[in-house]
Design a protein around this ligand. Structure first.
Ligand code: AHM
Ligand code: MG
Length: 334
């Protein structure tokens, strides 16, 4: 019987790809996986919260029970603080960066940006949610940590990943040498390699967009949606529309099956909705590493200037031919 490769084993093996690595990034990834397991445990019993005690009541440690996105944020931050490899945490849940400056040891050299619980509005209805992380290196170890360290372009990421808390829980990550997916085996509490060397099909037949905002979409996006819906033999059109409303879940499905995920700019949100630093850049890095494309409609997401921690961007992410096609529609409509 063959034995599964655990995430821990895989990370150690892959360290050899980086001959000068000292194991810090490996330890950081391991810390993130530990936080993910704890969050998974709580997400899995989310439906029991009302039975076990309403928010506002205390947990078994006599601490107030918290909303899951606050809980997830705290788990990541405390795992990263304890690990010692990280000097700054930037989170969707915190307006400002969190600097980790341990008095008793050398400061870590990595910056981690997180969306601790993406799609958390779906928790109450048992729809998959996710966590997203992006890792960059501090540009130097001389200057004190500052927001400017975080505001690096997406192509500076050294690793990125997501965890999807779905019918099974998976961790998918890249360090810039392809994409690998691990499924949590609850019986042993380990993420096991289940999806080695993931590739997104060059073409797909799924489009994922919140069509409720249709009237506010730019002309090129409206035209592309009509194109997706046209019956055109022998192409795969009309495409299938699938939109969960949890980006991680929509991206994960399209990564495996082929498809495009769109969250465009609208009249009311001219920059789009999704955040560049901890949502779009890490997902863009993963999808590019899987052979897909990630665009803001005009160019590569990973090359966008980053001027603010909570900056937003329009996104068109997925199968390379589908993203290139929507870019053509946007160009022609401009
Ligand atoms: P969140 O980080 O507040 O959960 O918001 C991000 C989520 C994404 O997961 C999802 O793709 C999008 O918001 C859905 O937005 P909408 O309900 O406008 O379609
Ligand atoms: Mg989010």
């Amino acid at each position: 019987m063959s034995t599964a490769i655990t995430l821990g084993q895989f990370i150690i093996e892959k360290q050899a790809d980086f001959p000068y690595a000292k194991g810090e990034l490996s330890r950081l990834l391991r810390d993130i996986a530990i936080a993910a397991k704890i969050i998974n445990r709580e997400v899995n019993k989310a439906g029991l919260m009302d039975i076990l005690g309403n928010a506002g009541s205390n947990n078994i440690h006599s601490e107030p029970q918290q909303k899951l996105d606050v809980f997830a944020n705290e788990q990541f931050i405390s795992a990263l603080k304890a690990g010692g490899e990280c000097c700054i945490v930037a989170s969707e849940e915190n307006e400002d960066i969190i600097i980790i400056d341990p008095p008793d040891r050398k400061q870590g050299k990595y910056i981690v940006a997180i969306d601790p619980l993406d799609g958390s509005s779906n928790i109450d209805v048992n729809v998959p949610v996710g966590s997203i992380f992006s890792i960059i290196r501090k540009s130097n170890d001389v200057d004190p940590c500052a927001l400017s360290d975080v505001l690096q372009k997406g192509h500076m990421q050294v690793a990125a990943g997501y965890i999807i808390y779905g019918s099974s829980t998976m961790l998918v990550y890249t360090t810039g040498k392809g994409v690998n997916g691990f499924t949590l085996d609850p019986s042993i509490g380990e993420f096991c390699l289940s999806h080695p060397d993931m590739h997104i099909p060059e073409d797909g037949n799924i489009y994922s967009i919140n069509e409720g905002h249709y009237v506010n979409f730019p002309k090129g996006v409206k035209q592309y949606i009509k194109y997706c819906q046209e019956e055109q033999h022998p192409t795969r059109r009309p495409y299938i529309s699938r939109y969960i409303g949890s980006m991680v879940a929509d991206i994960h499905r399209n990564l495996i099956k082929g498809g495009i995920f769109i969250y465009p700019a609208t009249a009311s949100s001219p920059e789009g909705k999704l955040r560049l630093v901890y949502e779009c850049n890490p997902i863009a890095f993963i999808i590019e590493q899987a052979g897909g494309r990630a665009s803001n409609g005009h160019g590569r997401i990973l090359d966008l200037e980053v001027s603010g921690l909570h900056q937003r961007t329009a996104v068109f992410i997925g199968s390379i031919n589908m993203v290139s096609q929507v870019e053509r529609f946007l160009k022609e409509a401009a």
